[in-house]
Design a protein. Sequence first.
Lengths: 389, 520
Amino acid sequence: MFESTLIVSSSNCNAPLSVDEKNALKELGIATAEKPEEARVYIDKENRFATFLVTGNDLTPEVDKHLRYCADRLCTLTDFQFIVCDDPSIRLQILAHELGFRNFWPRETLVAKIRSWASEQLDILNDPSHPTAISIRLCLSIAQRKYKDITEMFDTVSEEARYDFRIANVLGHYHTARKEHDKAELAFASAHEQNPTFLPSLNSLAVAQLNAGKAELAVGTFKKLEGMNDSNPERKNFLAQACADLGLWLEAKKFAETAEKIDPGNSKSKEVRARCLFQEGKTDEAINLLNTCDTTNEYYISKLNDEAIKLSRANLIDKAIQLYETAYRISPQHLKYKLSFNIALALRRKGDPRKALAFAERAQQECKIPNFDKVNLLVETLEQEMEGK
Amino acid sequence: MSVTKYYALLVSDKTAAQNLMNIFLKEAGLAGFSTAQSLREAVSVASKELPHIIVCYDDLADATGVQVVEALRKIPILDKALVFVIRNSTQTEIMQLMKLKIAAIGPKDTNPNAFIEKVKQKLALLHGISPFSVRGEEIPGNSQLTIKVNTKIIGRHEGHVICRSKIDARTGTMLNIVPEKTGSAPFAVTFTGASSTAKGDGYENLFSMNEIVGKGRQWLQENLPSLDKVGEGGTKKKLLVLDNKDDRIRVLSKAISIHNIETEYVADFSNLVAKYQGAAQSFGAVLFMDPPDEAAAASWEKLKQGLSAERKPIELVATVASKPKLLSQIIWLQKPFSLDLVVQSFHAAVASQHKGFEAKAMANTTFAAQYIAQAKIVTLDETGGIVQAPFLPQVGTELEFDHPFLNKMSPFKVVKVVAAELSLINPKMATVRFQVLDAGFTKEKLYTLISKAVNEAKGTGGLSRMSGGSAIPNVAGGAPKVTSFKTVTSAQPSVARPLWSVQKDTPMPKFNVGSQPKKP
């Protein structure tokens, strides 16, 4: 257990760990990180799943980012996440509650308390059938993308998930990773029903509903959470996305704009705003906005692709190609071939087989699916067309 | 504070010394003492009662102080007792006594304050455990043990399972519960997080259904009768909050609304009194976001005193104290606390206000159960021992132990709690002193049993020096040889040099009672 523990200090921490304390922790095998950025390396590479954040009472952007990182990475192990401060501000308490951090510890006698806590946990971890031990194993498998481990014990996990909200929550993440969004939705709903005070399940439920194409349900769930804390930009972006899917463009724009005010430059907010601009027919503005975005997700690329297809069908082929190229720039690697393929098709429609062939060949190279007939067929056709000319 | 009480044996035949010692030993933190007025009596009492400290005051009629100590030290079991000698001794005698592992030696005119201080120091070195103990780490196997405590599931209310027991399960530690359901095999349910309220001579432990993990969850949902039909689905209870930080309370109210908690808030006690007086029944609890100021809270206290038991509020009070006093109507929120704790505590407060609606009907259905918790043996000793347990039991609670080594020793199967306190370092854990129930086991017999079993398990053949013959040395045949008194005068300070310093300017009387008449 000691080797799983990590102590992180934030820069607003009033009482950083002393040299003696650090040495005592080191002797136990507990790692200490001076900064949250440093902590990520330990969490990612060393299986340090039990974390203690020694911090001040206020919620700073650094603390906010660190807590979200831990919540995202250590999805259900929030019982092993501790915030060490004397009198947390209400904002810090709310974020912790939302992310499932349920443990606040005072700074006083921290090292002795950690020692005692860790030796208590050893007993639990030494019993592989203990629900907490199962949760940890599953959670680490999710974090390390070892889905095979979960697949192998799927029956046990599914059974345990009926009686343990943490395991139900992990199961939801497992299905999400496998893009089984309907199953993920069921698992998160079960986790939330079992323990309604554990809010990460509710948030994940809303995301699963959105991914499963149930935008209306997702809006309802997100709004429930929004009623509790309306200063979460991530949730506002999800809400904006869900509203856009439902065609509620005004509302979508409003949520995206508010999210961007809280977190300026957020790509997700820009994405939804760009979709709203497409809707308003302001294609150039939308493309310009998208050009300032970072890499996006699969879901959004599919939306941009739809927009480009619309433009192409409306004979605005140059605009469509421009949008495809923007989408190509921000697309995840594994989807790039689709966009190259669509650019090739658009150029062919435009009557430029030479350029089209170049993009088709690029698509051929980017495509990791062996014998992807559509691309091969297009290349063949374009070559013939070129020869014919 | 320690869960272990220390006892002394005073070896003296002077009544005045006994009277003074009564004061001094109490002052030094001893729980009580026995007296022995002769060498034989000293040996007999000491070997049966195993006193933690032995004070030999002056010489006896039948033996010198040195002889007394020699006789006591011949009893192996008393090896670990702290022996204090108060007498005027020569340099040779001091050397003799030192060889006998004396805790301290002082002359008859020893300053009582210095004596008390010395006893306190020596007791502090015992770290709250008996010198006649075997430490948990020495116990074969390991120091982990399973403790079972009887409880009764009495029903459910407002999303909580309510059990009645003699332990304070508010510590939030996992407990397993095994209902003895007729016609069904027992099953385990893991509870995490609990809240207790003192009710009558025990506690009501409230376990949030949200935190229940395990197959038994379904059984609990389907089989447990509701304790209050009126309350369930009836008027929603609100949380009344006293907080003078307006922005904080607005944000808090909004945040906890997601858990169906409706709040009303006031900024000061006068408004609190007015608000509560007007609608006591609609509030499930009153939350104080900061520890209330005693003077400012006077009007509130007065109001509470005038209210009937049913209208009295349950208070959720933020505190910085590490071990706040357990009161039936107060749920302490130890700073720093999470919002989860506020939410859980409010729901527990509402759940605790059940009316026991079906209690009569339930009398026919028993839901006897056991909490099963993992604990740690700290020591086993002459009266029982100390364990660290994840709950705070009441004095008198019976604990059933399950440990491969202890299972072989009948006195340790079921024991009784005699003292318990929460740990300062880890408030989830309590240090619990227990004593064995079997009256047939004297201190000497029990300690011999433990140490012998431990040593046998270690393969050393037990405490051989304890196993053969009587531990009491042969003092038969009347009084031993009486050594003549040597008069120690102030001119010979170096001879009777005390081993503890004498503090001056002390209001305590001198500790010299040598001039008292001897017992006939």
